[in-house]
Design a protein around this ligand. Structure first.
Ligand code: ADP
Ligand code: MG
Length: 194
């Protein structure tokens, strides 16, 4: 079930033109900046985009310029876990696991995930209750369970990635917000009822 949805949405996302990706990423960033959860955050973990995900380089540069501390994930492929490393410039990054950028060895500054107050999460499909499907390895589920209570989990996604309802397993960690090129979805109301 999760796999069929993954395939369907990835087919659409992989088919986007570079121009679509840039324009929709820009709009999503614009909407992100309308949110107090973003404006009030200090320690922000931000994914590095890969294969037509919403682009995050402009968000990272904006955060660095506005005195936020920025952390990026590093994959530990043996255990399917993520650790976080603080960056001070995009120039510290080079190609890493799966071709996703990671800090170069000399720039690795591992940090405690309990420091993070906002994490911008990638994904393949979401529903309005905040359920999320990723690439299928559970990296973000394992990571998000280690965040401090109250840390905000916000996904960045194209509106076509939002589906009616998604199946979820007990280890799946839901999103608090989903920001798209069209709007911000506040999932916390549904979330409280779960
Ligand atoms: P994704 O979230 O990337 O779509 P899944 O939710 O399907 O992927 O999870 C992939 C695998 O990771 C599952 O087999 C699941 O058992 C495992 N997994 C997810 N979260 C955890 C966790 N917190 N601890 C241990 N295994 C986990
Ligand atoms: Mg999951």
């Amino acid at each position: 079930m999760k796999d069929a949805i993954r395939k369907q949405i990835l087919r659409i996302r992989n088919g986007l033109s570079e121009k679509d990706v840039s324009l929709l990423s820009e709009k999503t960033f614009y909407n992100l900046k309308e949110n107090s959860f973003f404006n009030n955050s200090t320690h922000v973990m931000i994914y590095l985009d890969f294969k037509n995900e919403i682009k995050t380089d402009p968000i990272i540069n904006y955060c660095l310029k506005n005195n936020k501390k920025v952390y990026v994930p590093i994959c530990i492929s043996e255990t399917h876990e993520l650790c976080t490393s603080r960056i001070t410039s995009l120039e510290e990054l080079q190609s890493g696991h799966f071709g996703i950028r990671e800090p170069g060895l000399q720039y690795i500054r591992l940090s405690d995930s309990k420091l993070i107050d906002l994490v911008l999460v990638p994904g393949v499909a979401f529903d309005v209750s905040g359920n999320r499907i990723g690439f299928g390895a559970g990296y973000y589920d394992r990571f998000m369970m280690r965040l401090k209570p109250g840390a905000i989990k916000a996904a960045l996604a194209y509106s076509f990635q939002i589906v009616d309802t998604l199946p979820s397993d007990e280890y799946d960690i839901p999103m608090d917000y989903i920001v798209t090129e069209k709007c911000t979805i506040d999932c916390t109301d549904n979330y409280k009822q779960r």
